[in-house]
Design a protein around this ligand. Structure first.
Ligand code: PDD
Length: 290
């Protein structure tokens, strides 16, 4: 018997089911899910799971894709069509399909809903026949920001927070130490109150930006001094200049931080010079082929 999935309003053969490549679940991990155990054809702890689904949705500011009663009907229908009496039902809700942009779609799009079900082994008869083994690992959820993963929900929420405050980018800091990390999709540079050009060193807490690396090449070639060192929010707030780099931001001066002007609120001389250096590189100057 071929499996059936519910995908955005339709019951389809699961092997033919597909989602749009611009679905934000696929692009950003911008979605949530639930799994409910099905035993003897019943949903086990259904209310707990559906309450958590609603909570997860609320936490990432997504509406329910349909009222809870209708969702129950879909879950039951998927379980029925797949003839699952012992197994699980899986549901996933994402922020839908939109042109790639970290912040939420500006024109609302309906959330995407996918539901599947599968059979599993019968419920075990005794604990003795239901055992495993374990190992310990450090909790790395999500401590590997150096990997350019599509698991971007925190970046999406940070960018949206910036947009909600009328800003273009969110600069993220370590909540435990107040040390600055990076933007939602950019590397951060400052000229501190002493006039020192600084960017945070590479480690697991930030993505090694290619534009950051390119700019460092240009700085070295030009003999422009800079420091790779950590700095905190206080130093950021006191900076003369703040600018961001990325493949799509190039060298982008930030004129305000948390509503207050950065330096004199104008493009600073260092950012302007580095913008020009980078523009030369882009337009085929030195290192363009590297
Ligand atoms: N983002 N940090 C993060 C978290 C990023 O997502 C990016 C790039 C950067 C800068 O990296 P690079 O200089 O290699 O572009 C830093 C891309 C532009 C994006 O997600 O659209």
């Amino acid at each position: 018997m071929s499996k059936v999935a519910y995908v955005n309003g339709r019951y389809v053969a699961q092997r033919e089911a597909s989602v749009n490549v611009e679905d934000r679940g696929y692009q950003f991990g911008d979605g949530i899910y639930e799994v409910i155990h099905v035993h003897a054809g019943r949903f086990v702890d259904e209310a707990l799971h559906l309450d958590r689904l609603e909570r997860s949705l609320r936490e990432i500011r997504l509406p329910m894709p349909m009222p809870r009663a209708s969702l129950r009907v879909v879950l039951e229908e998927v379980v029925r069509r797949n003839r699952v009496t012992e197994g699980l039902v899986y549901m996933q809700v994402t922020r839908g399909v939109a042109r790639r942009d970290h912040a939420f779609p500006t024109r609302p799009v309906p959330p995407a809903l996918v539901v599947t079900a599968k059979r599993t082994l019968p419920f075990p008869k005794a604990a003795e026949g239901w055992t495993g083994t374990a190992v310990t690992v450090p909790d790395q959820r999500w401590a590997r920001c150096d990997i350019k993963t599509v698991n971007l929900l925190p970046n999406v929420l940070a960018r949206q927070a910036a947009r909600d405050q009328g800003a273009t980018e969110a600069i993220m800091f370590d909540p435990a130490t107040g040390m600055v990390r990076e933007g939602a999709s950019t590397s951060v540079w400052i000229v501190d109150a002493q006039g020192v050009l600084r960017t945070r060193p590479l480690d697991h807490a930030i993505l090694p930006g290619c534009t950051r690396a390119a700019l460092i090449e240009e700085l070295r070639a030009e003999g422009i001094a800079f420091e790779e060192g950590e700095y905190g929010l206080d130093v950021l707030r006191g900076a003369r200049e703040i600018f961001l780099t990325s493949a799509t931001s190039f060298v982008k001066p930030m004129l305000r931080l948390d509503g207050a002007p950065v330096g004199n609120g104008q493009v600073g001389p260092v950012a302007r010079r580095l913008f020009d250096l980078f523009a030369r590189r882009v337009q085929g100057g030195r290192n363009a082929a590297a």
